[in-house]
Design a protein around this ligand. Sequence first.
Ligand code: ZN
Length: 288
Amino acid sequence: MNKLERPTYDDDAALDALAGNPLLGSHPTLQSHVAKLKAAYMQYVAASGDVRAVAPVALPATTATHLRGHYGSPPKALAHIAEIRMRSDSNTCPMCGSLHSGTLDHVMDKEDHPAFSIFSQNLVPACKCNSKRLKPLVGPNPGERILHPYFDTVLSERIVAAYLTDLGAIPRIETRIVLDPLNPHFAAASFHHDSVIMRTGIHGYLLSRWAKLMLRPWLIVPELRLNPVDRSEFVSIVGAELVRNDEIRDSKNNWDSVFLSGLLDDHVVDWLYARLTRPGRLPNGPLL
Ligand SMILES: [Zn+2]
């Protein structure tokens, strides 16, 4: 999960170029819908990408098919689609926080919302969570909706942390919302967590981080090569590593930061500190 700068491509110009190209199969069908699509784009931005507020756009089935087809095989006028996809490589996934992306996600899916199939503000870099997330874009309760990485600044805040219990070789690891419940986007963040993040492999990833921490603590927190002098120093070390991860990944909700946040819960700190400092343990040795 991550807030991204909005793309600055001229979508209206791209539409004009598409609709005016007699060599494309969409010509001249698309021409009669250019004004409606431009108005829809403007309304989408005015609604700040809030899927509850973006008005539905009725299009004939043939026009919808052409627009989806142009996304799948972009003509020259849509060269920016490949650019957005290419630029997304190796970055934190803005939709789920995994440590890679590489493909594009339609925030409003092109099957149900074909008008936004090629709209750059609707195309967000993503990982394979793109194909796993739940279909409904809104939930039954007030405020529940998918978050939009180009518009929702709440994505810059810490929203998700790991929650570890039954500490040992294989603990129970869940994810929980740590955003202030009074935040106006709390319901949306919770819905996004359930619809997107819970559908990914995040829990397996967090377990693999824990396994490494048990074996070689410095692999997860380099400063733990040496044992902390007291509990308070341990908390400072893990907290500093969390901030370092946030900055490296440009995201407070990347999966490594989600894991490190979970280590700072009091009961986890107590358990880890006791393990780190138990009699007979060699510095940087295993915790179990
Ligand atoms: Zn993802």
